[in-house]
Write a protein that binds this ligand. Structure first.
Ligand code: F6P
Length: 544
């Protein structure tokens, strides 16, 4: 047994769960009229309601005790102090320095001036592109930006640009190519004119197979469609922490935007990786995004755990995953603009905390991370909510919605919000046998038919959710929300004693793909893998 699952705070939570599991959420609300006031928090324009969670005041006290037992307050200080909290890579995790006033120290040196220098570089480049001062090789202004990157070098920027569409320039369209599947690149390039297209090659390492393959093919396309070698400097820029590889690729280092090894890929949208965002929404709005995140950083760093949004969300998640048996977590934005939020959060949560070894290399005997998924409401209601309401798995969820729509039209937003409130209410309350019986009787159903239908119309309820309401989806609010989720993941990593800033689990597949690649090229019959992989590879070779 691990120290964690053996610890007094963990055991106290287990015992508490046994007692509390006999209480339906409905009862908890009936017993306490002030439940919403007790279990909700307001941060600027963001309201978090966690009262529809199977908790009472004692649960929160015990969760706070667990957080303190795991040294959360000191871990938060360590991260902000620039200590090497990414122990397996011997790196700091200072993404907060990308958006804060500073000073932020790394090995005794304030890194804020470097951050400001790159922001200034982004600022003048962004203005030059948006104003048309910087032009393509034929003298026309840029109309399209293609970001080539994957994972953290893609998900954040593409999600943010979709989320902030009303703030984007109408002169410039941003495209994202991430998949090594040629379809992604080819379909994107089909409508583009090389004379007016700017390629941003975004890769922290500048060695990622998908990105480098797409970047080379984009360069070939550019040359094949009228661009000359000497025009590449104008049309290809790089965002990376690896100057040497950028030069090897043939991009002039003066066209490179730097970031640093203390910025994890999935925490990098605030760095120069955010350049496509800045070009799309303008630097002023990009600063607002940073400011929103910085406000959340300040809240996270300086607010007592009991009133601290990321801490509360994280501990509720721990409660769900480790004590209530939740197997997956649904992120359900009632905002079409946030349709890529679940995909973005998948990387933040699953790549960060999906670990089996703790910080000291010992195997854990508790769940870490969570399978995160989701779709915007109300679409999801017509697809998978059936299982949320009547399936027999425990699924926790975050419902998010803006009070004001980015695109008001008729009564659409009121209808959307009516659905938002109805879903969390019905998940919580359910429908009892007597309520269903009364309804069927009032419909005049015969007793035989009624008894047959009855079990199918009962909803057990008692299904937990968090509701996250914000005034409107603007750059500052979005920045705060994203930083909130980043810190939530950090808090959970502290409770689980795992390093959330490495991702060794993605290495094995990459290595094996390299070895299989060489075998896909020749005619020889492959025999060196298991019979399944041999069979599949040989079938592919016969049919490709
Ligand atoms: O999937 C692994 C990973 O290293 C992610 O953590 C990262 O965001 C992505 O690949 C892309 O890496 P890079 O920015 O170095 O191309």
């Amino acid at each position: 047994m691990s120290t964690l699952t053996h610890s007094p705070a963990w055991n106290a939570l287990h015992d508490h769960r046994t007692i509390l599991s006999g209480h339906h959420l409905r009862d908890l609300f009936e017993q306490d009229e002030d439940r919403f006031d007790k279990f909700s928090l307001l941060f600027n324009d963001i309201l978090i309601d966690y009262s529809k969670q199977p908790i009472n005041s004692e649960s929160m006290t015990l969760l706070m005790t667990l957080a303190r037992q795991q040294g959360l307050e000191e871990w938060i200080r360590k991260m902000f102090r620039g200590e090497r909290v990414n122990n397996t890579e011997n790196r700091a995790a200072l993404h907060v320095a990308l958006r804060g006033e500073g000073p932020f120290h790394l090995d005794g040196v304030d890194i804020t001036p470097s951050v400001k220098r790159v922001l200034m570089q982004m600022d003048s480049y962004t203005q030059a592109i948006r104003s048309g001062e910087l032009k393509g090789y034929s003298g026309s202004r840029f109309t399209d930006v293609v970001n080539i990157g994957i994972g953290g070098s893609d998900l954040g920027p593409s999600m943010v640009i979709d989320a902030l569409k009303p703030y984007t320039s109408s002169h410039i369209v941003t495209h994202f190519v991430s998949n090594i599947d040629g379809t992604n690149l080819i379909e994107t390039l089909k409508s583009l004119n090389p004379e007016t297209t700017l390629f941003i090659i975004s890769s922290k390492t500048f060695t990622t197979q998908e990105t480098m393959t797409n970047a080379r093919s984009a360069r070939e396309w550019f040359i094949a469609h009228g661009g000359r070698e000497k025009d590449i400097a104008k049309h290809f820029i790089a965002v990376s922490s690896n100057r040497e590889e950028v030069e090897k690729f043939g991009i002039d280092p003066s066209n490179m935007f730097e970031f640093w090894d203390w910025v994890g890929g999935r925490y990098s949208l605030w760095s120069a990786i955010g350049l496509p965002i800045a070009i799309a929404i303008g630097m002023e709005n990009f600063y607002q995004l940073l400011d929103g995140a910085s406000r959340m950083d300040h809240h996270f760093k300086s607010t007592p755990l009991e009133k601290n949004l990321p801490v509360i969300l994280a501990l509720i998640g721990i409660w769900q995953i480790n004590f209530c048996g939740a197997t997956t977590h649904a992120v359900l934005p009632y905002d079409q603009s946030l349709h890529r939020l679940p995909a973005y959060l998948q990387q933040i949560e699953m790549e960060s905390n999906g670990k089996t070894a703790d910080r000291d290399g010992r195997s854990v005997d508790y769940s870490t991370g969570v399978v995160l998924w989701g779709e915007p409401g109300t679409n999801g209601q017509h697809a998978f909510y059936q299982l949320l309401h009547q399936g027999n798995q425990i699924i926790s969820s975050d419902f998010l919605a803006p009070c004001q729509s980015q695109n008001p039209i008729g009564n659409h937003h009121t209808l959307l919000m009516a659905n938002f409130f109805a879903q969390t209410e019905s998940l919580m309350k359910g429908r009892t046998e007597s309520e269903v019986r009364d309804e069927l009787v009032s419909q005049g159903m015969s007793s035989d038919a009624l008894e047959k239908l009855l079990p199918h119309k009962i909803f057990s309820g008692n299904r937990a959710s968090n509701s996250i309401l914000f005034k409107r989806l603007d750059p500052q609010t979005l920045g705060s929300l994203l930083a909130m989720y980043e810190h939530k993941v950090f808090v959970q990593s502290v409770i689980w004693n795992v390093n959330p800033f490495d991702q060794w689990g993605v290495e094995l597949g990459k290595k094996l793909a390299g070895s299989i690649l060489s075998e896909l090229k020749g005619d020889s019959h492959v025999t060196r893998y298991d019979s399944s992989s041999n069979g599949l590879i040989n079938h592919f070779k016969k049919n490709c």
